[in-house]
Design a protein around this ligand. Structure first.
Ligand code: HEC
Length: 108
């Protein structure tokens, strides 16, 4: 019982840390895996279970040329408004920032 309480508290404080918008890649990883990996893949290569079935397919974040033509504003815009087959997501700026930090670790 005590153990369950401790996990509940970790959950609450962990969630608060995320909302404060620290934007670390570690927060971004769980958000990304939760919301983006279905299409963009856990490795960011666009090969998630649903990614290649879409037209155009989900963007490959490992491709260096993708990073040459994008920036934080464009990425946030895609997340907030959706693009092509990708739906819009209701995420706050701190959450988006941490996802972007994590996405940058995919770049080859
Ligand atoms: C349902 C599948 C799906 C999910 C889930 C998804 N995406 Fe996408 N995403 C796509 C597809 C498909 C494209 C390519 C759209 C196009 O080029 O028309 C795309 C493109 C993008 C782009 C490139 C936009 C551009 O500038 O062309 C970014 C950035 C992006 N996604 C970020 C994310 C992030 C971050 C998440 C999670 C919060 C996410 N996506 C979740 C399908 C998805």
């Amino acid at each position: 019982m005590k153990r369950i309480l401790i996990w509940a508290l970790i959950g609450i404080f962990g969630g608060t840390a995320l909302m404060s918008g620290k934007g670390t890649a570690a927060d971004g990883r769980s958000l990304y895996n939760d919301k983006c990996s279905l299409c963009h893949g856990v490795r960011g290569d666009g090969k998630g279970p649903a990614g290649p079935t879409l037209s155009p397919p989900a963007t490959d974040f490992t491709n260096p040329s993708y990073w040459q033509k994008t920036n934080d504003t464009k990425i946030a815009d895609a997340v907030n408004n959706g693009v092509g087959a990708m739906p819009a997501f209701d995420l706050n700026p701190g959450e988006i920032k941490s996802i972007i930090n994590y996405m940058r670790t995919f770049k080859k």
